[in-house]
Design a protein around this ligand. Structure first.
Ligand SMILES: [Zn+2]
Length: 125
C-alpha cells in the first residue's frame, strides 16, 4: 500500500514533466508535493489541486474573493437548473420568472467581474 502510493506519486510527477510542465519551488499545501506551472495554471500533479500564486496579501485577498464569486456563480447556476425543471413541468408563475431574471442578471455581473479580473491579471504579467 505504502509502496504503491509512492510509485503512484512518482508516476504522476514523471507524467507532469513529460507534459512539459515546469516544476516550481512551492509545494502543495494539501499533499506536500511540488507544484507545477502548466500554461496559465499552477497545479499539483499529485492531488490535482489548482492554485493561484500571489506575490502579496492584497493579491491573495483578491484571489480569494474571486474564488468566492466563482462558487457563488456555480451555486446560482444550480438554482437556475432547478427553475428550468419547474418551468419544464409547467410550474411557472410571475414570481418564478422574475426570480430567474434576477439570477441571470447576477450571474452576468459576476461573469463581468471575473473577466475584468482575468484581464487585469494578464496586464500585470
Ligand atoms: Zn497536492
Amino acid at each position: 500500500m505504502e509502496r504503491d502510493e509512492t510509485e503512484n506519486k512518482s508516476a504522476k510527477l514523471a507524467e507532469a514533466l513529460k507534459r512539459g510542465w515546469r516544476m516550481l519551488s512551492e509545494t502543495c499545501p494539501r499533499c506536500g508535493s511540488p507544484l507545477f506551472q502548466a500554461g496559465d495554471e499552477v497545479v499539483c500533479a499529485v492531488c490535482g489541486t489548482k492554485y493561484v500564486l500571489v506575490s502579496s496579501e492584497e493579491e491573495a485577498a483578491e484571489a480569494r474573493a474571486m474564488y468566492s464569486l466563482m462558487a457563488l456563480r456555480d451555486a446560482l447556476i444550480g438554482l437556475l437548473d432547478r427553475s428550468v425543471r419547474s418551468i419544464e413541468v409547467g410550474e411557472v408563475d410571475h414570481q418564478e420568472i422574475s426570480r430567474v431574471r434576477e439570477i441571470v442578471e447576477t450571474v452576468e455581473v459576476i461573469e463581468r467581474i471575473l473577466r475584468e479580473y482575468r484581464q487585469g491579471g494578464q496586464r500585470r504579467r
